[in-house]
Structures are given as structure tokens and as C-alpha cells.
Design a protein. Structure first.
Length: 279
């Protein structure tokens, strides 16, 4: 029997073992979770265009946003109707700020389109990103204890001397598997006119792989609180993020009641910006 090499699913067993065409196909569809239709939208659809853009992702985004004086949420980024990102435009900067994935994580199949839609919609002149890297898993010539792990950077263009003096390059063979990698990929190809700089804060944790499905946002998620970074570390990272845009940010203050991972109350887990997570 002829087998279509472009078929989306594995061939039925009879196509491999038999000439009988009426046998039941017992083989599962192994790639079914990849076939999700990804619908990405920004609400409202009139968020400011042409501003510089700051995108903070994941664990450090959640932690930084609590003390970042971001003001009132002005919009949201949705994937398949699930709120993934929160948009802010605080009075102290002309940049639009997106706090991405604080309460849910994107599967790999959603990352590229999420990044593309946001950049297409907002058309930023420059983009600065904040994320983490796993210090225990980082490959270098000599092991570096977490306490001594530096900030690291990736960029689509040569970085300034300040960044080079205060952070180290995120070097091969290490790879980044978060949504920040998709933003840099899009910025280096279809949005090459917009410069992108990623500042990576060391994390003592080894990140789990991205999920296969997109879970609803859980605003009271308690499975893993953000690590309790020092004010010095977060302020240095913040300075490099906004410095790459030619901008500055007010001094970041450690969230009230933060005394180590797991110390936050349920209220604090959902408190990002004034009024929490809701538009």
C-alpha cells in the first residue's frame, strides 16, 4: 500500500504490516499536542506603538514586578483566551512594560507566535528583556557557586561597555529555552530593525521543561514561589535593562514581607501592579 510521507499522523499498522485496509489503527497520534491553534491577542488593541518595550519573563518577572512601582495595568496579552502577559505604562518611563508568564507558562508551540504578535502589534524601537538562567546547570570552564554567579546577557547587537563591565555573556554551549529566546529570534530576523538586549539573573533552580499544554492562569499558584533575590542583584539587573534603552528606573525596593522563597502570602502571590492582576 502507498503511504503518504506528508501525513500528519503515524501510518496505521496495516500500512506497515499488512495489506488489509479495514484493520483498526492501534497506534496513538504522538504529535497531537503540537497541533493546537495558537490565537494570540493584545487587549485592548490600541496599546501604544513605537515606544521602547521591556519584557520581564517568568519567576524574576513576578518578583521584580512586586517592587517595581509599575502602576495600574493597562492591558493584557492572551494566548487561546488565557492571560499570559500583563501590560503596564508607569509614569516614570516612556517604555511599555510587559510582565510575561508570572502565573502560567507557555508551551514551546506557542512561544514564537506570542513573540511575533507582540512585536508586530507594538512595533518597538528597542526591546529589553529580563529573565533567569539556571546557575547550577550553566556550563563553564570552572564551576561557579550560585553565590558568585554573575548576571549574564544576550543581544542582537553589540552591547555597551556598562553591560560588559557588569554582566558576562551567556555563552555556548548553553542554550536558553524560555520565551525570551523566541523574542530574540524574532528580533534578529523579521524585526532586525529593533535592537534587543536580554539580561539574565542567576537562579539556584533548574528549570523544568516547558509544558505541553497551556494551563489557565493561576493567580494563587503556590507550587513554587519566586526566589528571594537581593535588592542589589535586582537593582543592577534593572539598571542594565533600562540602560540598554537609554532610560533609567527608580530604585527597586524588596517586596514587603519577602524573607525567602515560600514566605509570601496568597495575597502577595497575585499582587502585581496596583490592583493586582485584573484589568
Amino acid at each position: 500500500m502507498d503511504v503518504d510521507p506528508l501525513a500528519d499522523t503515524v501510518p496505521p499498522r496495516y500500512a506497515v504490516e499488512s495489506d488489509e485496509e479495514d484493520e483498526f489503527n492501534p497506534l496513538p497520534t504522538t504529535a497531537s499536542y503540537l497541533d493546537h491553534v495558537t490565537e494570540v491577542e493584545l487587549i485592548p488593541d490600541n496599546l501604544p506603538q513605537g515606544n521602547n518595550l521591556v519584557i520581564a519573563t517568568g519567576e524574576v518577572a513576578k518578583y521584580w514586578a512586586r517592587g517595581g512601582n509599575l502602576g495600574v495595568q493597562i492591558g493584557g496579552c492572551y494566548v487561546n483566551k488565557v492571560q499570559v502577559g500583563l501590560a503596564f505604562n508607569p509614569s516614570w518611563t516612556k517604555s511599555t512594560i510587559i510582565v510575561s508568564e508570572p502565573f502560567t507558562r507557555l508551551p514551546v508551540w506557542a512561544m514564537h507566535q506570542y513573540a511575533s504578535v507582540i512585536l508586530d502589534a507594538l512595533k518597538p524601537a528597542k526591546v529589553a528583556l529580563l529573565d533567569t538562567y539556571s546557575a547550577p546547570a550553566y556550563i563553564s570552564e570552572k564551576p561557579v557557586p550560585f553565590e558568585d554567579a554573575p548576571l549574564r546577557y544576550l543581544a542582537t547587537h553589540p552591547v555597551d561597555d556598562t553591560t560588559k563591565s557588569k554582566a558576562e555573556a551567556f555563552a555556548p554551549p548553553n542554550i536558553l529555552q524560555s520565551t525570551s529566546a523566541s523574542f530574540l529570534s524574532v528580533l534578529s530576523t523579521t524585526h532586525s530593525q529593533s535592537h534587543g538586549t536580554l539580561i539574565l539573573v542567576p537562579s539556584p533552580r533548574i528549570d523544568p521543561p516547558p509544558p505541553k499544554i497551556l494551563e489557565p492562569s493561576n493567580f494563587l499558584r503556590s507550587d513554587q514561589d519566586p526566589f528571594d533575590w537581593s535588592e542589589t542583584m535586582i537593582n543592577l539587573a534593572q539598571d542594565l535593562v533600562f540602560g540598554s534603552l537609554g532610560d533609567t528606573a527608580p530604585h527597586w525596593i524588596r517586596p514587603t514581607g519577602s524573607a525567602g522563597a515560600g514566605a509570601s502570602s496568597a495575597r502577595k502571590k497575585s499582587d502585581v501592579g496596583e490592583g493586582g492582576m485584573y484589568i
